[in-house]
Design a protein around this ligand. Structure first.
Ligand SMILES: [Zn+2]
Length: 197
């Protein structure tokens, strides 16, 4: 199985992205059943109020680097795709400078683990346990998953690679075959980050 990281750094995209209009209420994310560590960032609660940053031609994916929203046509196709891992907001978000409709999309938090040695991880702060391996990293050379810990989700988060969204090959194929725009995927071998800390 080949995995990808969904790039949330699409600031150079020609498509519009969004930003918060005001500071939302936040709620605790899911926590590790074994140690209580947070498995993702705090969750933003509705109402979801955003504005587009550039232009009025938004793609099918909007991100502000933390969270993502997707177009109505993405939601409709995804719901009959057989893919798993995404939950959508009950109502469309408030997007103040367009009439287009978007939904917040939340990838499931999982206990999928990296092979930390093969991934070349340098740990900054380990705050989890052997089940979740919640941590922040100094640097990583590539993404290698311990596939026996992956339960088959097509788009998901893991506290072991905190803040990132991972996808399966099937999810990438789904995006390309439907020509959804503004998605950028980084192959697992091509993902490297050095925070320089
Ligand atoms: Zn834990």
């Amino acid at each position: 199985m080949h995995f990808y990281i969904l790039s949330l750094a699409t600031a150079k995209s020609t498509y519009a992205e969004f930003e918060l209009v005001d500071r939302p209420q936040r709620a605790e994310p899911p926590k590790c059943v074994a140690c209580g560590a947070r498995l993702s960032n705090l969750r933003r609660l509705p109402p979801h109020r955003y504005r587009l940053k550039h232009g009025n031609h938004p793609g099918d994916l909007l991100t502000d680097g933390m969270d993502i929203a997707v177009s109505t046509r993405f939601v409709e196709s995804y719901s009959v795709s057989g893919l798993s891992g995404l939950e959508f907001s009950d109502t469309t978000i408030e997007l103040c400078n367009t009439a287009l409709a978007y939904y917040m999309a939340s990838p499931v938090c999982t206990y999928t683990l990296l092979d930390e040695s093969a991934s070349g991880i340098a740990i900054n702060n380990f705050r989890g346990c052997d089940k979740c391996r919640a941590m922040s990293i100094k640097s990583i050379d590539r993404v290698v998953l311990r596939e026996e810990t992956w339960l088959g989700e097509d788009i998901f988060r893991t506290a072991n690679l905190f803040g990132e969204i991972l996808t399966s090959q099937r999810f990438v194929d789904f995006v390309y075959s439907n020509k959804f725009t503004n998605f950028q995927f980084i192959g697992q071998q091509d993902y490297h980050v050095d925070f320089g800390i």
